[in-house]
Write a protein that binds this ligand. Sequence first.
Ligand code: BTN
Length: 325
Amino acid sequence: MNGSYKYKILKKLQQSTPSPVSGQQLADDFGLSRTAIWKYIKQLEEEGYTFETIRKKGYILTSQPNSIDPAKIKAALETTTFGETIIFEETLASTQPVAHQLAQEGAKVGTVVICEEQTLGRGRMQRPWQSQKGKGIWMSVILRPDVPPYEAPQFTLVAAVAIAKGIEDVAGIRPQIKWPNDLLIDGFKITGILTELQADPDRVNALIMGIGINVNHTMDDFPEEIHGIATSLKLQTGREIDRAVLIARILYYLEYYSNQYVKEGFLPIKKEWESYSCTIGQTIKVTTLTEVFYGKAVAITNDGVLKVQLPDGETKSVYSADIEL
Ligand code: BTN
């Protein structure tokens, strides 16, 4: 049986919930028999979807499994190219090296590598990244913007805006962005972004955008050492979030804003970034590879560089660092 019909039917039912869609309507829409529609509904039930069947009215989708099956993500996608290719594995050491390898082999823009669990997930500065099975979104997305390598760090800010918007749409909660790569809710970390580069001296070949989002964790799912630092969307909203729907929404915004960046530059996205920022105006501790200092975050430039005013009034440009609020 053709799996793509199954998810087209699912998409139709998702869109019409809570109204029913008749078997005849579905059969007409997809040029299939009513028996074929019924068989697809049975297959979806075997995957954990539940339907109410109302006589003479049709099917209502009543619940969905919280899986990140590529076909389920695709059913929720509203992109042109992002998410067309999704590589899914139950367990990976990390999605990053897999995406690097695929990018080297010519994988197209918007290719996604995703898994349920990472055994060696990593963050910036080679820190470990906790990636509990079935709880979060652990994915790497391949971008291929036609920009020089020095513009690559701005894509971390582009991704931060895309993820913030996706979370806001799907979870109904507004995260804050901590420059350059963290999303927080109430001061607790919800998302980390790891942007890695494959480039020639004057041109980006690929950006590997590693995205980790704590979605459906309870506090017990986090190791003790990050209690007090990390949180999840479920802990913050009190409800289970559909990860496939959230992934699809983030891919939508990632496609939108990365295309906008290439056409119009960073300026329009900077305004969005500023509206989510919890960094600007704060006194911060800045740790770079070579120094540690304190100052007030006063602005980001049109290139995404953080301007920090030191106690003596001098202003420093910070290109890459860890900051603490
Ligand atoms: C950070 O906050 O330091 C960045 C964390 C990035 C984590 C994601 S999860 C998916 C991808 N695979 C990894 O090993 N890391 C990134």
